[in-house]
Design a protein around this ligand. Sequence first.
Ligand code: 7PJ
Length: 277
Amino acid sequence: MLRLRCADRLLDLTRPCVMGVINVTPDSFSDGGQFAGAAAAIEHGLRLEAEGAMILDVGGESTRPGAEPVPAAQELERVLPVIEGLRAASGAIISIDTSKPEVMRAAAAAGAGLINDVHALRDADALEAAAASGCAVCLMHMQGEPRTMQQAPHYADVVPEVRAFLAARRAACLAAGIAAERIACDPGFGFGKTLEHNLALLRRLGELAPGETPLMVGLSRKSMLGKLTDRRPGARLHGSVALALIAASRGARIIRAHDVAPTVDALRVLAAVTEGG
Ligand code: 7PJ
């Protein structure tokens, strides 16, 4: 059975599940900073849970292309009240979207069960902090850094390069004492990738995950959909659901999404067809 150990919880991934996005950043491109206040962010998270999200991903530092880094104290100020509030009111697994070890430690102490790190635990002390937390970890591939990563993404062959990176980061986690059942991987759509790179990764998604590692994908509202459908972020729902279904049908087990209800519906339909066979 495919599953992910998230601190004191075991997440069943026999069927693909949805991770709902809670941005606690004033510059978030898709929410326009609408959920910047902790109370609003908690309310938003509870709504995503009611819509069927199994995981709630709380982020206090924007990783959108061009975004500037945020100091740890400010990130903690944004995310901790939200994690505490959700932990008290929600049964969902809480994910902390961070690369900073001090944020990982504080979030785990406040009840987070998953560390979603777009740097794949490459920052100093991040592996140790994640290992000690007991949380699950999501290792994401990124070429370059958010501020400049979309300027000139380049690969000789994107699929084996991303696969090799994820395998190496998984090996580093295992060596640091993070059990295999605590590790998920993510190709990092849009993180230092052109449209063609993203499409190649999606086509060959099944080749990416090392071993039995569950694959997470984030495709919701991303700029590849802007290129494919010529729509602004708020009008990319239909394209996002299409990408979620394509990813799940190719093996993705965790779908990171802003629009939880329609994504959950689509995955239920897919599961009925798949399991009926
Ligand atoms: C991702 C993420 C993703 C994981 C963001 C956005 C940009 N975490 N955080 N995977 N994307 N694991 O939502 O468009 O693709 S932030």
